[in-house]
Design a protein around this ligand. Structure first.
Ligand code: ZN
Length: 130
């Protein structure tokens, strides 16, 4: 695979447990096939509004919480009934098949939570082929 750029992102795709189509910046089908997918978006209009119900998938996921300045964003992550409070910048690991979701507690414009799906070869990525 040569160096390449895909500019027409995000790719919107349905995902189990999510209330509406999920924006993907990277899918496993891009660039001839990659072992990771990155989904998620800007948080400032999602304070107090979960984007997904509790859900699980057969691959592990890492949440990346990033913002223009440290502390500009905070999310509450629930994993198998356990609660974790994250303040940007922070990362959280969600094991494969664990029930999880997050709720945004505060987010200045330009804050993002990205879900990085590791090795999404299983059902989590079914139906997405680019
Ligand atoms: Zn997930």
């Amino acid at each position: 695979m040569r160096a390449a750029v895909i500019a027409d992102v995000p790719v919107m795709a349905a995902m189990e447990g999510h209330h509406s189509a999920v924006p993907f910046l990277l899918t496993r089908g891009m660039f001839g096939g990659v072992p990771v997918e990155i989904a998620g978006g800007e948080l400032s209009d999602k304070v107090g509004k979960p984007v997904a119900d509790l859900h699980s998938h057969p691959c592990p996921e890492v949440y990346l919480l990033i913002s223009p300045e440290p502390g500009d964003a905070a999310i509450e992550v629930e994993v198998e009934g356990e609660r974790f409070d994250l303040e940007s910048p922070a990362v959280a690991y969600i094991p494969a098949n664990a029930l999880h979701r997050f709720v945004t507690r505060r987010a200045k414009p330009g804050s993002f939570c990205l879900g990085v799906l590791l090795d999404p070869a299983g059902d989590a990525a079914a139906g997405r082929d680019r």
